[in-house]
Design a protein around this ligand. Sequence first.
Ligand code: UDP
Length: 425
Amino acid sequence: MWIQWHVLTTVPLAPRSIEEFRGIVRDEVLDQLVSDARPLAGARVLHVNATAYGGGVAEILSWLVPLKRDLGFEVDWKVVTGTDAFFGVTKAMHNALQGKQHSWTPEEVSTWVEQNRLNTIAWEPYDFVVIHDPQPAPILGLLKESGPVAGHWLWRCHIDLTDAQPEAWDILCPWVEHYDATIWTMPQYVRKGAPTSNLFVVPPAIDPNSPKNTALPEEEVARVYARFGVDRTRPVMLQVSRFDPWKDPLGVIDAYRVARRTHPQLQLVLVGSMADDDPEGWEWLGLVKNHAGEDPGITILSNLDGVGNVEVNAFQRGATVVVQKSVREGFGLVVTEALWKAKPVVGGDTGGITLQVLDGETGYLVKTVRECGERVAELLDDEGLRDRMGQAGREHVREHFLLTRYLGDYVRMMRHLAGMPLGAS
Ligand code: UDP
């Protein structure tokens, strides 16, 4: 018989150094970060989320945790374990919080809460605990049932709650109320009932030195394109995203068909990953393949085909135009990744994409399939425009969405909670 353990699992990570970023960000920024973090050296910090692989949160924690260690903190990253039923419920909650209707049953709520209870077994105290997204949100409230809980607790919301189903928020909100602080990507995501003190608005960021974002030689880009049978002599429209309705992969295929009317040479590459906590991925991969039909101009790939970080990097660097046609998007790290590679992005006019795609400057914001296809076609026609927008996008990311800014925000929030705010002497 299989015995499944339902306790938090630690994610192992190789060491990193903040010094890697000299030459990419200004020296003053790095020196300030190191000096701001010094008074908190030795603090024990825990990050908890739902998956070690797939999606933006895992991507962020894979660099945030080792770099916080380098700044002097003792940091752990743990993921909640759970049954398929648990991840089915948490995906339904994710969808409902992004606006999809769902009829909640008491059993579903109980599956979610009780699985979290199992994850509180043998809890060790930390000075700061950052809980990411709704999946592990009940942990603090559950621990409090047995008495006072040590440490400063932050709930980090990565998703767009603008149109959250009220019933879903009513289920989540009482658990969020326990936290000392909350972190949101945009102010409009904050829902009524969330704690109003220590409310921080902080967008995420990318690691420019990761295998996904670091510079690649042209031969490597060409090798990846050749390996997956995509013709580099013809234009390429690319979307990299989980196979998920909110990323609108079917709409991307339709937009490609619009652009292909004027650009018959155009190819579409859809790259998606199967995240550990996303049971919908397989179903959507099937829907996407079905919608693409037998079109030889469309290539659909996933991590199961061997598309890892370096391959995603190569696809982004080799694309003519990058698309992120989401209909909901908490932030959209893939947009940041593409802009950093100096690619113009045609993005859905929603959520965090609007922080990054400055319409007409770093790409275009679109609301419909037709608009998306037409903007792609416009960019395909004008190499000068693509270059100008690409460069503007890279500088926009350098200024606002590189990891040093995000690390600095974490240090600022932690110092505030520890009663040693920055700027106070
Ligand atoms: N990603 C990947 N391979 C894929 C699809 C996505 O490595 O096939 C990565 C992508 O590069 C990005 C992250 O997963 O770093 C997705 O983050 P984003 O914020 O765009 O979306 P989320 O999946 O968190 O909604």
